[in-house]
Design a protein around this ligand. Structure first.
Ligand code: MLT
Length: 208
């Protein structure tokens, strides 16, 4: 990997046919955070898990924000490009296919930005508690890409209208979006794991 790349963990695949996962942690997390989640939802998948390069009071994130839910959009754009370049390079280094992103909170928001700004980088995404990352995204071609968006009905950070707008934005770009609103807050629940696991299974079955 070139200098200035992302600190990351990589775990090779244990089963042929399982899509590689790009694990994107939330604020306060790091590259170790979602490895367990990745193994639970797709036990055979290769796992690529970078650490966000922006620090907020010492805590890693994937882009700068001005306040909770208010993003520095120039930074979102720049960081999504950096992450897209990292994934492209990591795919060559580790010999993996385009990954399905699994992002939580800030990680889900950068995954949404990556889908909109670099549609070729990801094979799809599981966006857990995501928000619209850009007020004026460029037109993207996400034709046929599967996206699972799981929102919390009582999420104090993501208003219901915002996640509905994200679902509409991704659908308009051609993605095949499944949006479920769960009886949960911002934190993940057992239902998130079950739905994510079943969804990955259906994506694998279609790809086979
Ligand atoms: C963000 O900054 O991406 C969202 O506010 C979610 C969070 O990280 O709390």
């Amino acid at each position: 990997m070139t200098e200035g790349s992302f600190i990351h963990r990589f775990e090779p695949a244990h089963a042929a046919g399982s899509p590689p996962l790009l694990l994107l942690h939330g604020t306060v997390g790091d590259e170790n955070d979602l490895l367990g989640l990745g193994k639970m939802i797709s036990p055979g998948s290769a796992l690529l898990s970078p650490r966000g390069r922006v620090l907020e009071h010492g805590m890693p994130r994937f882009f700068r924000r001005l306040a909770e839910g208010v993003f520095d959009e120039a930074d979102v754009r720049r960081r999504a490009q950096e992450l897209g370049d990292f994934v492209t390079e990591a795919r060559k280094q580790y010999g993996i296919a385009a990954p399905v992103a699994v992002g939580f909170s800030n990680g889900a928001n950068i995954a949404a930005a990556l889908l909109l700004l670099r549609p070729d980088v990801l094979a799809g995404g599981i966006l857990l508690r995501a928000m619209v990352p850009l007020s004026d995204p460029p037109p993207a071609d996400l034709a046929g890409k599967p996206v699972l968006l799981l929102s919390g009905q009582a999420d104090p950070i993501v208003p219901a209208g915002n996640s509905a707008r994200l679902a509409a934005l991704l659908s308009q770009a051609g993605a095949s979006v499944t949006h479920r609103v769960l009886p949960a807050g911002h934190q993940l629940s057992q239902a998130d794991l079950t739905l994510a696991r079943d969804w990955i299974g259906s994506v694998e079955a279609k790809a086979a």
